[in-house]
Design a protein around this ligand. Structure first.
Ligand SMILES: [Zn+2]
Length: 96
């Protein structure tokens, strides 16, 4: 999602985006990510009233650290679709 589109959508009240495309706490771009539900519940307990349950990783980390007093570090993983695409490309190159 290009940043100008995010700014335009934010100004309009997000009419043309999927609800999970942006963080409902900070309003920034959200990406595909997941976390264990027990950790989510701990963080969510710290969320400000009125926020819908879509958080970006940064907001999740802030809330979880506030809830637990512990710090988070991130591990980057490629999306399965990206891995499959790269594998197919490598196999195609090997078969030439
Ligand atoms: Zn956020």
């Amino acid at each position: 999602m290009p940043l100008p589109v995010i700014a335009e959508q934010r100004a309009k009240g997000w009419p043309d985006l999927h609800p999970e495309d942006f963080c409902h706490r900070c309003g920034h771009r959200n990406l595909s990510w997941y976390v264990d539900s027990a950790l989510w519940v701990e963080a969510w307990a710290q969320a400000e009233p009125g926020i819908q349950s879509v958080l970006c990783p940064q907001c999740f980390a802030e809330l979880w650290e506030k809830a637990t007093g512990l710090r988070i570090t991130w591990e980057l993983r490629l999306d399965t679709a990206v891995l499959l695409s790269r594998l197919r490309r490598a196999l195609a190159e090997c078969s030439r």
